[in-house]
Design a protein around this ligand. Structure first.
Ligand code: GLU
Length: 303
């Protein structure tokens, strides 16, 4: 099988904030299947701009390898790519597409709970401050965040599972007040820089995709193909979480299962194996047909 650069790349981009649970591992398997079945390279990027827990990255990579996932090239770390994010923000700034925002989280919450505010969208409080107002805010000593001047645009991305998906693009944060580049910016810059043209991730991020597509278009970057895949839920229908019990690979191994057993669990959830059938990733790749991917969340019943 050739994974030449011509075929593009897919990726898995975990945040090293803790152990991966079965839902995350299932998303990683899906990202690998989508990439490998289309002769794409498969890249792993550690999104370590915030929420880093010591040791989590190593544990995550070890878990992916234990399931049999392989990836191309070195693992990339966002924390070592700050210059790229700065350059992108500078370009947007030069194009007049940014502004300083002094709002606190609390002020934004209060403004967005107003009856006519679009849900979750930044209300634009700092968008058109006068020079005098801005000076007064600056003098308060609070370091500003940098926001995109999007002005509540709408943007449509295409998702292979959800079809055309339109979402509002508010004046999203590009760099936080503490200087950290924001997730939406870093993802867009990285995907393009790494030649990633296929983004497979949990469908909790579907609503972020129009923001990211819009940002990519402003930066003149290609928009990837998206596949937002169903999440894993617990038996109460809530998003699977570590507090739900034995949901990490380490937890399952402590209960006497092997990584191969866990791969079987994931494969069964994807309709790619019979219960208790031993499988390998190459076998799953052979059976893989994205059109048959279950569209409903995977309800994981803890045994
Ligand atoms: N790092 C994000 C997460 O772990 C995923 C970002 C992405 O796939 O675009 O939730």
């Amino acid at each position: 099988m050739s994974h030449s650069a011509d075929h593009g790349a897919g990726r898995f981009a975990p945040s090293p904030s803790g152990d991966l649970h079965l839902g995350n591992l299932r998303t990683a398997v899906l990202a690998w299947l989508f990439a490998r079945s289309t002769q794409r390279r498969f890249l792993v990027r550690v999104e370590d701009l915030d929420r880093v827990r010591p040791g989590a990255e190593q544990a995550q990579l070890t878990d992916l390898a234990a399931l049999g996932l392989d990836w191309d090239g070195e693992v990339v770390h966002q924390s070592r790519r700050l210059r790229l994010y700065d350059e992108a923000i500078t370009r947007l700034d030069r194009a007049g597409l940014t502004y300083e925002c002094y709002c606190t989280r609390r002020e934004i919450q209060q403004a967005t709970s107003a009856p006519h505010a679009p849900a979750g969208a930044y209300p634009g409080t700092c968008r058109s401050l006068t020079e005098a107002e801005r000076t007064a805010k600056r003098d308060s000593g609070r370091p500003p965040a940098i926001r995109l001047r999007a002005g509540d645009a709408y943007y449509t991305i295409h998702d292979v599972l959800h079809g055309d998906f339109t979402g509002i693009v508010d004046d999203l944060v590009l760099r936080r007040g503490d200087g950290t580049p924001a997730y939406n910016l870093a993802v867009v810059v990285d995907d393009a820089d790494q030649g990633i043209d296929q983004v497979v991730r949990g469908d909790d991020l579907l609503s972020s995709a129009p923001r990211q597509g819009y940002l990519a278009s402003l930066l003149g970057l290609p928009i990837p193909r998206y596949a937002h895949v169903p999440l894993a839920l617990n038996d109460e229908g809530k998003r699977l979480a570590k507090r739900d019990g034995a949901v990490t690979l380490a937890d399952r191994i402590a209960l006497g299962e092997t990584p191969a057993d866990v791969l079987t669990t994931i494969a069964v959830s994807l309709d790619l194996a019979d219960p208790d059938e031993p499988v390998t990733l190459p076998l799953l790749l052979d059976r893989w047909d994205p059109r048959r991917l279950p569209r409903d969340p995977w309800v994981y019943r803890l045994l």
